[in-house]
Design a protein around this ligand. Structure first.
Ligand SMILES: NC(=O)c1ccc[n+]([C@@H]2O[C@H](COP(=O)([O-])OP(=O)(O)OC[C@H]3O[C@@H](n4cnc5c(N)ncnc54)[C@H](OP(=O)(O)O)[C@@H]3O)[C@@H](O)[C@H]2O)c1
Length: 221
């Protein structure tokens, strides 16, 4: 599948490595695609066949476009790419908006989630929010966890969620780990979980953890 990834940070690099290994055709979308320092940092990915273009180029390449940019900058970046260029693409949104540094940092989207804001701004681009509850290192290595963990999906478009579920499987996430929360409004919970994520990471001294939804015992359901 042709995947464009907006951003070249922790998440973008991890997902590019994971999906490239799985045989997907990846273009990273950077504001500085010719920056030699950036290209040096990305050497391993470039050697694996990943390419770097500007955000418009990555979007043009994509069947699925991944938003791996700071949540406070995402809508501005997508707006600069433009609704016509985004129309018909599926958008996998990993981003969370933080206003400033802090522990935990304040969220930028307190009432309407970033996922919903993007969906409202680009109605021709089905948005699926996922992976934002997991550290980038774990996103592509579910086997690094001591046991099964849950990955959430939020989105209004069933086909887009099916496609994203397939891409999660390609990263190693078993089907039974995926939990479809419902429409894009449920992205609010995923984004707000970032606050609990920071608290758990502080308590256990690691970002490399997962969480698991444990259903009631059959006798209690
Ligand atoms: N890190 C994690 O483990 C993790 C986990 C879950 C969710 N998230 C969310 O995923 C998103 C990406 O996280 P990350 O850790 O990969 O962030 P990051 O390392 O800071 O990378 C963000 C990338 O976005 C691009 N970008 C585009 N517009 C930007 C702007 N105005 N200001 C700064 N960067 C801009 C930059 O690439 P160019 O300079 O090449 O344009 C930058 O490398 C964030 O929304 C974060 O909250 C992160």
């Amino acid at each position: 599948m042709r995947i464009g990834i907006l951003g070249t940070g922790h998440v973008a690099r991890a997902l590019a490595a994971g999906w490239s290994r799985a045989g997907h055709d990846i273009v990273l979308g950077s504001r500085r695609p010719e920056d030699t320092e950036l290209l040096t940092e990305l050497k391993e990915l470039l050697d694996a066949g990943v390419r770097v273009e500007d955000p418009a180029g990555a979007t043009a390449h994509a069947e699925v476009l991944v938003n791996a940019t700071p949540g406070t900058a995402s809508v501005g970046l997508l707006t600069s790419i433009g609704a016509p260029a985004l129309a018909g693409k599926m958008l996998l949104d990993v981003a969370v908006g933080f206003l400033e540094e802090g522990s935990p940092p304040p969220l930028s989207h307190l009432v309407v989630s970033l996922g919903e804001e993007i969906q409202q701004a680009f109605p021709q681009t089905p948005v699926v929010k996922t992976l934002c509850t997991i550290d980038s290192t774990v996103m592509i290595a579910p086997e690094s966890l001591a046991g099964p963990s849950t990955v959430f999906l939020s989105g209004d478009d069933a086909e887009a969620k099916r496609t994203v579920s397939g891409l999660l499987a390609d990263l190693g996430w078993p089907r039974e780990s995926l939990l479809d929360l419902g429409g894009i409004a449920t992205a609010r919970g995923q984004e707000h979980y970032a606050l609990l994520f920071v608290g758990i990471a502080g308590a256990i001294g690691s970002y490399g953890f997962g969480i698991r939804v444990v259903p009631p015992a059959a006798s209690a359901s």
